[in-house]
Design a protein around this ligand. Structure first.
Ligand code: LMR
Length: 329
């Protein structure tokens, strides 16, 4: 309590997070929740490596993978309180702070990763990087993972198969509604708990990008996979705005240029891994891919397209229009 009050005072006074002008290196602690071998984990390590090469001695990056320090739901608070300086939660975890960011979760809105990238690179996508500025969070970059697949203990072929099934979800109100819309029981749960929940049978299914499915070995506890590119999983690399603005301008500029390079690399790796890790997961003993007919796919579209009507007003007309337009190259 006392600590919170003290930090609150210093935050208001605007002093605690500005790096001190001294010969000590500026330390950037980067927290994330996935394996070091997943695209985001590789990106964080690459950022650390390039910072050491290009800003060696002046800035030191320390990476905390696999929720070692914080899970994604804690990351925003950790950034605000100066417990870490960077994180890269999935876009699904920001809807509480910026309704516009819910756009990334709507099923069947973006046709593929290329459409998401066009949207992110455009003026609206770039503006959304600043949409959490009122709470002191700055988006520095978007990093891809890939399109999501459903996994299950019993096959999900049509929406009715999800009825009454418990489903692990990220902390997103859109995804919660997505599962409720088909009669499923959504359970918001940090990534660090997902595998255990599946193993213990606390949940019957979940959704994720293939690199997470493979690196977290979810195929060991979920046998059936259904993928029909209904939605995207990607990240926003975030920092504390005051911390970032308080960095010496030359260091900030170099960090931004390093981040731009790492972003290109991560997105290339993510695209490769979406294919490779999918194939590797599907090769595991006992694993089955549920192939949908056009009529079955149509049922999922019918079940999930109406979510747009529910969330569009909060997301905003301009954001929705830009997202839809991004489907056309
Ligand atoms: C999840 O919680 O399933 C993902 O957001 C994990 C991640 O960071 O990729």
């Amino acid at each position: 309590m006392l600590r919170n009050l003290t930090i609150g005072f210093f935050l208001l006074a605007g002093v605690v997070l500005a790096p001190a002008a001294s010969s000590e290196p500026i330390v950037i602690r980067f927290s994330h929740v996935v394996s070091e071998d997943a695209p985001k984990g590789i990106g964080a390590a690459r950022f650390q490596e390039l910072v050491a090469q290009r800003l060696g001695g002046r800035v030191q990056v320390v990476v905390y993978p696999r929720s070692q320090r914080f899970n994604d739901d804690e990351a925003v608070n950790a950034l605000l309180f100066g417990d870490v300086e960077m994180a890269a939660p999935s876009l699904s975890k920001f809807g509480h702070y910026s309704k516009s960011l819910q756009v990334f979760d709507l099923p069947f809105l973006f046709r593929d990763v290329a459409a998401v990238q066009r949207f992110q690179a455009g003026p609206v996508g770039q503006r959304l990087l600043r949409s959490m500025e009122p709470i002191g969070i700055r988006g520095l970059a978007y990093w891809d993972n890939g399109m999501k697949a459903l996994s299950a203990r019993k096959p999900f072929r049509v929406p009715a198969d999800m009825k009454g099934r418990r489903f692990r979800i990220q902390s997103s109100d859109v995804i919660e509604r997505q599962i409720l819309a088909v009669g499923g029981l959504p359970l918001k749960m940090p990534f660090a708990r997902a595998y255990e929940a599946m193993k213990l049978g606390l949940v019957d299914g979940q959704e994720n990008a293939w690199s997470n499915i493979y690196t977290a070995k979810m195929y060991k506890v979920q046998r059936y996979f259904t993928d029909f590119d209904y939605a995207f999983l990607g990240y926003m690399v975030i920092t504390n705005s005051r911390f970032w603005d308080g960095l010496p301008a030359d260091i900030r500029g170099e960090l931004e240029s390093i981040l731009a390079q790492v972003t290109r690399e991560v997105n290339e790796i993510a695209a490769q891994r979406a294919v490779q890790d999918r194939a590797a997961a599907l090769r595991q003993p006992g694993v089955e891919l549920v192939r949908l007919s056009d009529a079955e796919l149509q049922q999922w579209r019918q079940a999930w397209l109406p979510l747009r009507d529910r969330f569009a007003a909060g997301i905003g007309e301009e954001v929705m229009a830009a997202a839809e337009a991004a489907n056309t190259p």
